[in-house]
Design a protein around this ligand. Sequence first.
Ligand code: TNX
Length: 550
Amino acid sequence: MMFDYSVFIRNFDTRKETINRKNMSRFSKFVALLMATLCAVSVSARELNILPQPTSVTIEAEGDYMVTAKSRIVAAEGLCNPAERFAEDMMRHFGAKRPMQISKRGKGITLNTDSTLHAEGYTMTISKEGINIVGGSEAGVYYALQTLRQIVVTNNGLVPYGVIKDEPTFSYRGAHLDVCRHFMSVEEVKEYIDILAAHKLNRLHWHLTDDQGWRIEIKAYPELTEKGSIRKETLIGHGHEPKWWDGTPHGGFYTQEEIKEVVKYAEERYIVIIPEIEMPGHAQAALHAYPWLGCQEQEVDVWTMWGVTPEVLCAGKESTYTFLENVLSEVVELFPSELIHIGGDECPKDRWKVCEHCQAKMKSEGLENEEQLQGYLVTRIEKFLNTKGRRIIGWDEILEGGVTPSSTVMAWRGAKIGAYAAEHGHEVVMAPLPICYFDFYQTESREGEGLRIGGHINFEKVYSWDPLEGISEEARKNIIGVQCNLWSEYLKDIKMVEGQLLPRLGALCEVQWANDRRDESTIRRKMESMRKFYDANGWNYAPYYFEGRK
Ligand code: TNX
C-alpha cells in the first residue's frame, strides 16, 4: 500500500483525539496507547529528511531497499558521468576499496532519462526490485543521486520504498566565491564545488579579479599575475593603523590549465562557472601591473585596504578597451558559460572627472556625465561579448549608466533594486544585502565568531526570505534565481568559508530549489539530519543554529 506521509500524520492525530474522547476500558486504553506508540515509532523511523525539499515524497508503510558498497548502478547510455560521481561518493562513504559497479544491464540502481520531465527534475521509485531513477536530463539524474546519497548517508543505507518526485523552482541557483581578498587553491575550490552540488546549486560565480589581487593567468598580459597577484600585506583588523596589518605578503593565481581543470570538475557536477572580471572599478591590482590602464598613469600598489579605492581603469583611452577585449577573449576560451560577469560595482568617478581622455570621450560620444561614461564602457563590452556569443551580467550599478535590458542584473544593494530591474525587463539574479551576504556575522552577540566584516544574518532570516516579495506577476518571470555571496576579506581559507556557508546554505538552497514548498515546522529536523551529512563529508559548519543561538 502506498500513501502520502503527510496525510498519515493528520489521520494519526485525529484518531488519537477520538480515542481520548471515548469512555474506554482500561484494557482498550492500554491497547490504543500501545498502537499509538508503535505507529509513532514506525512513522518516525520512516521519516525522510531531504534537503532541499522535493516536490513530493510518498513512502510506503514498510519495506526498505538497502544500498551497500556492493550495489550495482545500471546506467543507460550517456549517464556514465552521474553514475561515476555517485559511485565515487559511495566508495568514500562506505570506505570501500573499489567504487560501485556500473553496468548496462541488471538490477540495482537504474538510471534513465525522459525528456518530458523538467530538465533538472527527476522521479525516483524505490521498491524491492531496486531503485529506479528517471531524470529529465543527465543533470536531473545527478540531482536524484544527490537525494539518494543524502538518504544513504543519514539513514544507514536504508531507502524506504516509495516515490520521490522533484524539480527546482529557480533555474539559477548560485553561490559566489571571492578568491581575490584571500586566494583559495584548486583543491579548496573543488571542495566548495562539492558542497554546492550536494545542495543542488548549479552556478558558481567565481570572483577572480579585484583591487587586492588578480588571480587568473592572461597570456597577453603576464604581469597581471606576475605583479598583480601579490600584495605586500593583509589588513587583519577593521581599522587603518599599522598594527592592523600582518606584514606578510599574500599571493596566488590560477594558470589557464588549472582554470580548465576546475571548469571541468564543476561541469561534471552540473555547475556552470561564471567568471567575474571586474571593471572599471575594483581593478587596482591590474593598475599595479600596468599603470597605463589608469587616467594619470601613476604607480599604485596592489591594494592593502578593504573597501572602495579611487584608482579605477581609465574609460577614455582606447588602450583600456583593447586591454579589456584581449583579456575577455582569453576568458571566453576558458569558460563555456553564456553569462560573463563584468563587475561594474563601486566605481568612484573622481579620476574620470579630471582626466582629459575621459572628458574627451564624453564629448565625442555625447555623454552628459561620468555615470553615462560608465554606461558607455559597459555597453561597449557587452557588444564585444555578444560577438563572442556571450551575454553580460553585472552588479546592479550597471543600471545607473543606462544599459539596455539585454544585460542581466545581479542585485546586491537590496532586493528592491532587483525588483526594479525585473520590472524594467532585465533578467535578475537576487543576491541582495543583507540576506545573501554570508560573510556577515551569524549571531546577534557575535560571541566566539572571530572577526568578520560586519552585519548579522542568521539561518532563520535566510529561511524566511521570499525573493519574489513585492514583485508583480509579470516581472517575476525575470527573476532567474538567487545567490549567496562569500566575500573573503576576513576568511583566510576554505574551512573558514565553509563555516560561513554552512548551515546557512541549507536555508538558501530551499529558497533556490523549493521556494514555494518550504516548511518551517520541519526545517530544524532536516538540518539535524544535514548536520550528520556535513560531518560525514568532513565539511566545516557553524554551530550557532544547532545551539539555538540567533
Ligand atoms: C561589497 S557586493 C562589495 C565587495 C565587498 C563586500 C563586503 C559588491 C558588489 N561589492 O567588494 O567585498 O561588500 O561585504
